[in-house]
Design a protein around this ligand. Structure first.
Ligand code: MD6
Ligand code: FE
Length: 201
């Protein structure tokens, strides 16, 4: 199976997940968010991020005034919940590797939320891919080069699309310019959820 769109080396499987599969994942993410509530993190510079985040797995990504890092427990000291099998199934379908991910980041975009261009490079070994699932409202995904400032390409990610950063594109700059609030009926209150899976530790 191969991605249907290539954006500067980032593979995108449009429409990979059926509506029922998307609903099952959202259902499982409700349990994740019950065990590990969404947080609005601060960047190292003290700016609040517009996206709300939580996580699952052995470690999950957090950000505060001390910077970005993977943490084995939530701020409360409680372990992160397990990564749901429905989410692991997506990794198994597209990652192309035998290893299982140890970290799952869950991002919620409400009205007006966006994510600036960034690289995913906090993982211990950057040879493993990152798999990203889009659920809910449409989002304008921008992908640049592995160095800052090069030409970028954009695509609208829709609910059920899956993107993979691997090989030469593993360190490509990428971000979400904006979402089109209310374009999907998947989440009852609108907005978008993005789930990323990684081998972090
Ligand atoms: C998002 N995605 O889709 C933001 N990171 O909301 C990411 O930051 C991302 O799509 C690593 C790999 C794939 C991604
Ligand atoms: Fe990212």
């Amino acid at each position: 199976m191969r991605p249907s769109v290539d954006l500067n080396g980032v593979g995108i499987w449009k429409d990979l997940l059926s509506r029922v599969e998307q609903e099952q994942i959202v259902n499982d993410l409700r349990s994740v968010a019950k065990a590990a509530p969404f947080q609005q993190y601060e960047t190292g510079r003290g700016h609040k991020m517009s996206v709300r985040m939580t996580g699952a797995g052995d470690v999950a990504w957090v950000s505060d005034r001390r910077g970005y890092r993977y943490e084995p427990v939530q701020k409360s000291g409680v372990d992160w919940p397990k990564i749901p099998d429905t989410v692991l199934n997506v990794w198994n379908a597209v990652s192309g590797i035998d290893r299982t991910p140890d970290s799952c980041l869950v991002n919620y975009y409400g009205q007006g939320a966006c994510m600036g261009l960034h690289q995913d490079k906090d993982e211990a070994d950057l040879k493993w891919p990152v798999v990203s699932i889009s659920l809910g409202d449409d989002a304008l995904f921008r992908v640049g080069q592995v160095t800052r400032g090069g030409p970028t390409q954009s695509v609208w990610l829709r609910s059920g699309d899956v993107a993979v950063l691997r090989k030469e594109a593993r360190l490509a700059y990428h971000g979400i310019d904006r979402i089109k609030f209310g374009t999907s009926s998947l989440l009852p209150d609108g907005g978008r959820i993005n789930v990323t899976l990684r081998v972090a530790g």
